[in-house]
Design a protein around this ligand. Structure first.
Ligand SMILES: Nc1ncnc2c1ncn2[C@@H]1O[C@H](COP(=O)(O)OP(=O)(O)OP(=O)(O)O)[C@@H](O)[C@H]1O
Length: 282
């Protein structure tokens, strides 16, 4: 398996499987026996057709779905072996954001971001205030602290969700289709934000998406799923190789196009590593 550095895996899914019971009583295997590693500091994409099992695989990482078999390791701990109270603490290492933002509507931006710190009960008021301000500054929303979600754009709501997910200083940020509800300009700004956050604080990002430009713009490594299994995995900017899947070939084509575009812009403009550089906040 390819990985960007010699950093140890921060996530290891070992032989995980997940079935769901269908209304007719049959079992449907959403994730077949899968082993996957994601290394510290990586930005890792999970792509595949609708129903391939991407979200289920992502939700196995923080045990929102419990595997029927196999083991899940995050930040050096086996989550599948932990009793409930220890699992709650271990989950502080894993933030998550969703397509529909999942903010508390009748709470302010400040209170939404403070929420995971308050439920944990280990922090003083002053510590919570300082951390919330730090996280809102990180996503460029300091001035929205007293607003309510209904007063924000979609991109701003997702940035509040990112601030909330990062508040407990997790090592891993799971992103389930985070840009699917956003228009293309807002998507670009949000991807830029995620890249910047990964660069600044080194949090490992795992993102489920069906949008290949998102993979091209954001991810260092990608796994392609078909029918509940990883069928191909590669470094997005790695050497062009024969790809087994159509999705793999399409990602390569996007990366090559980006490289051509960057060359054409030279020497007028320094080559930008991604086409999203310089995009303003949503
Ligand atoms: N709770 C559930 N009960 C029954 N079936 C489920 C459940 N969750 C997922 N599935 C099924 O498992 C399969 C994989 O679902 P999953 O959401 O992981 O796919 P996906 O690749 O993320 O798809 P999409 O891109 O459409 O969200 C689908 O066929 C889905 O209908």
């Amino acid at each position: 398996m390819s990985h960007p550095t010699a950093a140890p895996p921060v996530i290891r899914l070992e032989g995980v499987r997940k079935s769901f019971r269908l209304p007719n009583g049959d079992a449907f295997e959403a994730v077949r026996r899968t082993t996957l590693e994601v290394h510290g500091g990586d930005v890792f994409g999970l792509v595949g057709q609708s129903g391939a099992g991407k979200s289920t695989l992502l939700r196995l990482v923080n045990l929102l779905e419990r595997p029927d078999a196999g083991r899940v390791f995050v930040a050096g701990r086996e989550l599948t072996a932990l009793p409930r109270h220890e699992l709650r603490a271990a989950r502080q290492q894993i933030g998550m954001i969703f397509q529909q933002f999942n903010l508390v509507q009748n709470a302010t931006v400040f209170d939404n971001v403070a929420f995971p710190l308050r439920i944990h009960g280990r922090h003083t008021r002053a510590e919570i205030g300082a951390r919330v301000r730090e996280c809102l500054a990180l996503v460029g929303l300091s001035e929205k602290s007293d607003s309510h979600p209904a007063q924000l754009s979609g991109g701003q709501k997702q940035r509040v969700a990112i601030a909330r997910a990062l508040a407990p200083r997790p090592q891993v940020l799971l992103c389930d289709e985070p840009t699917s509800a956003l228009d293309s300009e807002t998507t670009r700004a949000l991807l830029q934000q995620l890249r910047e956050i990964n660069r600044q604080i080194g949090v490992t990002i795992v993102i489920v998406t069906h949008e290949l430009p998102v993979v091209q713009a954001l991810c260092r490594n990608v796994a392609i799923l078909e029918k509940g299994q990883v069928v191909e995995q590669f470094a997005v900017d790695g050497p062009v190789a024969e790809r087994k899947t159509v999705l793999g070939q399409e990602i390569d084509a996007l990366v090559r196009q980006r490289t051509r575009d960057a060359h054409e812009r030279q020497p007028q403009q320094a080559a930008a590593p991604v086409q999203l550089r310089g995009v303003a906040h949503a």
